[in-house]
Write a protein that binds this ligand. Structure first.
Ligand code: DGL
Length: 215
């Protein structure tokens, strides 16, 4: 079976690698939109007009399911996309609910793009699942470009991680697929203070369920 994976850039590649490990038999077509990165600073209208043609081209290529490996797109326009794209779309969004269930300090940190943090879906997740939990939202606004361009600012990652740990976060949510590439680095800095979570595993489980329904 052929599936598509879409992101603005190399964040999606991390998701492709994770899917390949778990489902090596799949034929995966990965498309990104590097030219317009960062998606995290785009409006919902821009996100829709940029991502729709790429998703349509994945459908034209014969993809029967598409993983939107981009939190910025998923949290802002997944409903609009589901109305116009004719194959099942699997979304990725910050793991606010699991983080709220995991925290013992009642404090979590969500690292995500400005577009994700500003989305209605993210607000809903916080109100529905993290009521009464302190949610730190550190400024990661330049991280996706930093990672895409391989210009990693290790001091910035260290400072930001230390700061949220010092403020009591014991769960750090990676709410942008680009940040999966620096997950190990963050985990090492946070070691013993906070765990890092991101949604590749649940997304693959969801993908398996959708593939089963299609077969
Ligand atoms: N990797 C994407 C996300 O998960 C978008 C990053 C960007 O282009 O700003 O939000």
């Amino acid at each position: 079976m052929k599936i598509g994976v879409f992101d603005s850039g190399i964040g999606g590649l991390s998701v492709v690698n994770a899917i390949k490990k778990e489902l090596p038999e799949l034929d995966i077509v990965f498309k990104n939109d590097k030219e317009h990165l960062p998606y995290g600073s785009k409006t919902t209208d821009q996100l829709l007009s940029l991502s729709r043609p790429v998703l349509e081209s994945l459908v034209d290529d014969g993809c029967e399911v598409i993983v939107i490996a981009c939190n910025s797109v998923s949290t802002n326009i997944i409903d609009d996309l589901r109305e116009v794209i004719d194959v099942p779309l699997i979304a990725m969004e910050p793991m606010v609910k699991p983080a709220a269930e995991l925290t013992k300090t009642n404090t979590i940190a969500v690292c995500a793009t400005p577009a994700t943090l500003a989305s209605n879906r993210y607000r809903f997740l916080k109100e529905e699942y993290a009521k009464g939990v302190k949610v730190l939202e550190p400024n990661c606004s330049n991280w996706s470009s930093m990672i895409e361009n391989n210009e990693i600012d290790h001091d910035n990652i260290k400072d930001l991680t230390n700061k949220v740990c010092e403020e009591g976060a014991d769960v750090i949510v990676l709410g942008c697929t680009h940040y999966h590439w620096i997950e190990e680095e963050i985990a090492q800095i946070a070691q013993g203070r906070a765990v890092i979570i991101q949604p590749e595993k649940p997304v693959i489980e969801q993908l398996k369920r959708v593939l089963e329904q299609l077969s």
